[in-house]
Ligand binder design. Structure first.
Ligand code: BDP
Length: 598
């Protein structure tokens, strides 16, 4: 499924704006056929989470179904002649779509797009009623899992007591989180593009496959940098390649993109579809202790992030997105991980243009294997396919992450993640993959399945709390033994400390900005002594909202920026540490006891 764009043969209409929504407090909407005649409900912004838009406690904490609706018209020239699609960028967690009372499609998984062809349900020259039911209930059968009663022995053990009850460490937002778009194509159209690139000296080799739907096509022309490949069409796909002489290879320093323009012609030689995809030419490999981009070792500097904003929740906000990308450039980051779910398509496109290397993560966060994980595995496999399908052509995506902090000490996690790893390898032979882990090296059972070891480690916070003087030795030992056991490049994919903005101390203590700065500094200095370390991702880019819990003062405060994107002290130091000429952290604080104490 291609990202919808306007071209000479395609038109898109963004349905973002104020819709109406009815909270289905008693889950009676289906029985009462709200899809035919939804309750008037209340004004609600789309895209955005529903939770923080209103004043009522019930809506804020709601877990269940919300019925969204609005009307739309299609241009007269679409009527009968075009395919008309409704595409939902993402809805958390399960969504069902009806038009004029007719069921069109449903989708499970909160972070990836889905679409349905809607022509059959449309009223000619009249208003159409669009109804989307979104349900954010998680269970032991969803991905991620959630909402389990600790009594059944499942995932709720992870963060028992969180309200609303999810076991992961971010707020259980629900809603239509990404734009809903109406878009049209001709009856015969390009429905997929797959691009794989290689390097031969200074030449860039672009191999592509074009998927065609609707039949009756004769040829495809693909043009890159003034060179055109003509491909005849005999079935649903056709493929070819183009070589770019003196190619500028994609990397953070030169994120050069080339437009790949594809034109599809029917049997009469009439242009029936045109789609332009920006592509980057680059290779990614893992060898020994290094991740190689275009054959050169790269070192990842950056963050684990969240899609999380005041009022908007997990909804897409393009001004905030632009600001965030600017802040990541300002601080000299070169990469980020889409912790803990695939992010919006717009950030992936910007990462291509701005030169950020991305670890693209599935939403399989903190999975438990104490419950029957077969159902979760099914949804997880579907998500991996959809994530690959959506993001496969982004040069910025240098690695897939299949999960964050699942119970990978459990024996059952091995067949589970072997299946996921095999799925991914069958889909993509051009990128490495990883699993983000936190269990102790000696108990970890899945890291050997993947190419890179991503570790979340919190010395100075969850362990060695208040003891920065012990961090260096801890990190040294951890890296040494991780390399010894797995023999793969290591990224510290999370480390850091909570700091409440404005809280200071001359002698650094937990929760102060000084303490956060020192913990991050000491860990970075320790990591850089090891040549098997391929990256440092601070947790987190910005403070973010969590469920209510005694450990969380409304937000997780490990942000380097506050939730409204103000700098904390450590931001200025990281900006130096991540600059080309290295760290200027100033005089280190004197931790430890005087000699006479022994
Ligand atoms: C890690 C999780 C992350 C949490 C972080 C923390 O991967 O989602 O927010 O810890 O506790 O375990 O701050």
């Amino acid at each position: 499924m291609l990202y919808p764009i306007d071209t000479p043969t395609r038109t898109r209409i963004d349905l973002s704006g104020i819709w109406r929504a009815a909270f289905d407090w008693d889950e009676k909407g289906l029985d009462e056929k709200w899809y035919e005649n939804p309750p008037v409900g209340r004004d609600i912004a789309v895209p955005a989470s529903w939770n923080d838009q209103f004043q009522d406690w019930a809506a804020h904490n709601f877990v269940g179904s919300v019925w969204y609706h609005r009307e739309f018209c299609v241009p007269a020239e679409w009527d009968g002649k075009k395919n008309v699609f409704i595409r939902v960028g993402a809805a958390m967690y399960h969504a069902t779509v009806w038009v004029n009372g007719e069921f069109l499609c449903e989708h499970e998984g909160g972070y990836l797009p889905f679409e349905c062809e809607v022509s059959s349900a449309l009223k000619k020259g009249a208003k159409n009623l669009l109804v989307v039911r979104v349900n954010n209930t998680l269970s032991d059968m969803t991905c991620p899992q959630g909402n389990l009663d600790p009594a059944v022995g499942g995932v709720a053990n992870w963060r028992a007591g969180n309200f609303p009850a999810v076991h992961y460490d971010f707020f259980a937002y629900g809603g239509i989180h990404r734009p809903v778009v109406l878009h049209s194509t001709n009856k015969t159209y390009i429905d997929d593009l797959t691009v794989k690139t290689d390097i031969d000296g200074t030449r860039g080799i672009v191999r592509f496959e074009v998927g065609i739907a609707g039949g009756a096509a004769r040829k495809v022309e693909v043009t890159i940098e003034g060179q055109t490949a003509e491909l005849s069409v005999n079935g649903e796909t056709t493929s070819g390649s183009i070589t770019i002489a003196d190619c500028v290879f994609w990397c953070p320093e030169t994120p050069r993109l080339y437009d790949m323009c594809c034109r599809l012609y029917d049997e009469d030689g009439t242009l029936v579809d045109e789609y332009t995809l920006p592509i980057g030419v680059r290779t990614v490999k893992v060898e020994g202790k290094s991740i190689l981009l275009n054959g050169k070792a790269v070192y990842l500097k950056g963050f684990g992030r969240h899609e999380d904003l005041p009022v908007i929740g997990k909804g897409l906000s393009t001004p905030w997105l632009v600001k965030d990308m600017g802040l990541m450039k300002w601080i000299n980051a070169n990469s980020f991980r889409t912790s803990h779910y695939p992010y919006c398509e717009e950030i992936m496109q910007m990462a291509d243009r701005w030169g950020f290397m991305v670890i693209d993560e599935s939403s399989a966060n903190t999975l438990s294997f104490n419950v029957d994980s077969e159902a979760t595995l099914k949804v997880h496999r579907q998500e991996i396919r959809e994530m690959y399908q959506r993001d496969k052509n982004h040069p910025s995506v240098i690695m897939w992450s299949v999960s964050n902090e699942s119970e990978t000490n459990e024996e059952k996690s091995v067949p589970y993640f072997t299946t996921i790893r095999d799925d991914l390898r069958a889909l993509d032979d051009t990128r490495p993959s990883t699993i983000v882990i936190c269990v102790a090296q000696h108990r970890e059972k899945t890291a050997h399945l993947f190419d890179v070891v991503c570790y979340n480690q919190y010395p100075g916070w969850y362990m060695l709390s208040g003891r920065p003087e012990k961090i260096e030795a801890n990190v040294d030992e951890h890296i040494r033994s991780t390399w010894e056991i797995f023999g793969k490049p290591i990224i510290y994919s999370e480390f850091g400390a909570d700091a409440i903005s404005g809280m200071h101390a001359d002698i650094p203590e937990m929760w102060t900005e000084e303490y956060q700065k020192d913990v991050i500094r000491i860990i970075i200095d320790a990591l850089r002594k090891h040549d098997c370390v391929a990256g440092e991702h601070v947790w987190n880019f910005a403070d973010f909202k969590t469920g209510q819990h005694t450990h969380r003062p409304v937000l997780n405060h490990k942000g380097v920026f506050t939730r409204d994107r103000k700098t904390k002290m450590v931001a200025h130091y990281l900006r130096d540490a991540w600059s080309d000429d290295g760290a200027h952290w100033g005089t280190p604080f004197a931790y430890g006891f005087p000699d006479e104490r022994g």
